[in-house]
Design a protein around this ligand. Sequence first.
Ligand SMILES: O=P(O)(O)OC[C@H]1O[C@H](OP(=O)(O)OP(=O)(O)O)[C@H](O)[C@@H]1O
Ligand SMILES: O=c1cc[nH]c(=O)[nH]1
Ligand SMILES: [Mg+2]
Length: 208
Amino acid sequence: MKVQIIEHPLVQHKLTLLRDKNTGTKEFRELLDEIALLMGYELTRNLPLQDVEIETPVAKCFCKMLTGKKIGFIPVLRAGLGMVNGLLKLIPAAKVGHIGLYRDPDTLTPIEYYCKLPSDTAERELIIVDPMLATGESLVAAIDLLKRHGAKDIKLICLVAAPEGVLLINQKHPDVKIFTAAVDDYLNDHGYIVPGLGDAGDRIFGTK
Ligand SMILES: O=P(O)(O)OC[C@H]1O[C@H](OP(=O)(O)OP(=O)(O)O)[C@H](O)[C@@H]1O
Ligand SMILES: O=c1cc[nH]c(=O)[nH]1
Ligand SMILES: [Mg+2]
């Protein structure tokens, strides 16, 4: 399985609080926002830097600055929205595209209902944002869609993944690197991750 698990203690601690069924909507949202920022720190570890000359109050010197590589965050609605603000705190100038998908509860097939992407998908590093990678069908559909729009550089950030989902992404899109805070045990008969955290969208928004 090709996947990077973000083991940072703060991430793991907050994930445990998110998993707890007694964590209510307000706290769930706040924690998800914080964890997204912390995970974004790892996600952006390899952003390219350039040397620029500046002048401090003491002397001229060459220092490091980001090259300004174009980034786009692509939350998968609804649940992906819960991680976007945390990531934007790190890269405030990133563009944000949206892909609307929901899983049919009986067939678990992803149904697309919305798509709005940056016009220059081919030139951007695109980061698909969705806390849950279960069967993997929704995120395969999201990657297929981005590639149909010309995307060449895609990463995936989620919070909890099932082994089945990681394998499917690795199989169908081996070029897409997955960052997650955990790979859980298995999927139950309803396609929920076990132990997981339940339905992320429902827990973020307090609706079913
Ligand atoms: O890997 P999969 O089996 O495809 O499942 C994962 C998808 O399920 C959830 O969305 P959901 O369909 O619940 O929509 P929502 O975010 O609107 O609740 C989740 O946010 C993923 O998008
Ligand atoms: O466990 C799961 C699986 C899919 N979507 C969720 O929100 N949770
Ligand atoms: Mg849901």
